[in-house]
Design a protein around this ligand. Structure first.
Ligand code: XIL
Length: 387
């Protein structure tokens, strides 16, 4: 699965480049074209984010709220038209797939995988090992559990292998481990970390275990470590870089690093994002922006809107400039469905479509950047610099 689509992408995106005149893509007569990235020849708008990104082999993804997908036709249409990759926002998390110990419920996730297939999209599996959204029978706070350390390890093994096996062959990238570090670069003392320490192991050894188990269960899926506040250079990114180097040295099957990209206009842009992504790429890893959104304090002012547009664009540019950056995923696309207001008091307006699913300036900013990514139209005459 990992190899075949990329061969298709390069062959088809070459055809797309050849077929499209040098004029701006939105100006072509044909309103739809093949996404350039699927064997299913799905027709999507020429000027959609996914069609534009396919010209440079990049996948544009979104997190999907599966309730909205089932209930809202406009939401469904935008998901299909604009995005070439989908991530379940919640329905592959341990809490959802195994609500009662030993009883799995894959129904919502299966529906999304089927939607993706029907629409020529790839799936980012999210997420196997995370301290949050654990089933209540296992842990309610992500730190404590009534199971013994050995039972924790055994349950983690079963969870990873069962889930990856269920979706074998259908997942492009798995977020195998999510958010294992604190912002200062020290390990997060999660239920997994504590159990491994109690077993006399290095607390972080659960990470290597999880990648090995996931690889056994689906050798073709790309396996990612995913975290926030690792977009730019800094102590947390340094810790993940050290981890990645160590895992590679130990022969652990890790394929990529996901930087979530949850930005907030009040903090400014992460430090040297392109260079940071490139250093992971230089280790031979793929990279991805996995959960992009840009929140701000409400009500949103004009300067904040401009800052949001700039952040969306700069993240996309950093990804476009690093060849190993294979996907840019927004964490949902409609403000009405965003996770931000419920988690960050007084903040919101973080997405590229508004409350009524109308595209915002940040949508058009991404669209324009993607148009430029395959080359600005060359000028003729004196201005072309010939004399
Ligand atoms: C969030 C979802 O968007 C919410 O609906 C849910 O209530 C909590 O989790 N980092 C991650 C995501 O890796 O899984 C989180 O998603 C957002 C932060």
């Amino acid at each position: 699965m990992a190899l075949r689509p990329s061969i298709l992408i390069s062959a088809l995106s070459l055809m797309a480049v050849l077929a499209v005149p040098t004029a701006a893509p939105a100006a072509t007569a044909n309103p739809t074209h093949d996404s350039g990235q699927s064997s299913g020849a799905v027709a999507v708008p020429d000027d959609s984010l996914r069609a534009l990104a396919s010209r440079v082999g990049l996948r544009i993804g979104t997190a999907v709220n599966t309730d909205a997908l089932a209930a809202n036709a406009t939401y469904r249409q935008i998901t299909a038209d604009q995005f070439s990759s989908v991530t379940p926002e919640n329905v592959m998390k341990w809490q959802v797939v195994e609500p009662t110990q030993g009883t799995y419920d894959w129904s919502a996730a299966d529906q999304l995988v089927n939607f993706a297939k029907a629409n020529g999209q790839l799936v980012r599996g999210h997420t196997l090992v995370w301290h949050s959204q654990l089933p209540s029978w296992f842990s309610t706070d992500g730190v404590t559990t009534s199971f013994t350390p050995q039972q924790v390890r055994d349950l983690l093994y079963k969870h990873v292998v069962d889930e990856v096996s269920h979706f074998r062959g259908q997942i492009w990238q798995w977020d195998v481990v999510n958010e294992a570090f604190n912002d200062d670069g020290t390990p997060r003392e999660s239920v997994f970390y504590m159990a491994y320490q109690a077993l006399g192991l290095n607390g972080l050894d659960y990470i290597a275990d999880a990648f090995r188990w996931a690889h056994q269960a689906d050798p073709k899926a790309l396996l990612f470590y995913n975290d926030y506040n690792i977009e730019g250079l800094g102590p947390k990114s340094d810790a993940v870089y050290a981890l990645a180097k160590q895992l590679l040295a130990q022969g652990v099957p890790i394929d990529g690093i996901g930087a979530q990209g949850h930005l907030d206009t009040q903090y400014g842009f992460p430090n040297q994002m392109q260079q940071n992504l490139q250093r992971f790429a230089d280790l031979g890893l793929k990279v991805a922006l996995t959960e992009v959104d840009v929140r701000t304090t409400l009500p949103v002012t004009t300067p904040e809107k401009l800052a949001q547009n700039a952040d969306y664009i700069q993240m996309l540019e950093a990804c476009l400039l690093v060849r190993a950056c294979i996907s840019y995923t927004v964490w949902g696309f409609g403000d009405a469905f965003s996770w931000v207001p419920s988690v960050f008091a007084g903040e919101g307006s973080a997405d590229i479509y508004d409350e009524n699913l109308q595209p915002k300036a940040s949508y058009f900013a991404l669209q324009q950047t993607l148009m430029l990514a395959s080359g600005a139209p060359h000028r003729d005459g004196m201005g072309a610099g010939r004399r």
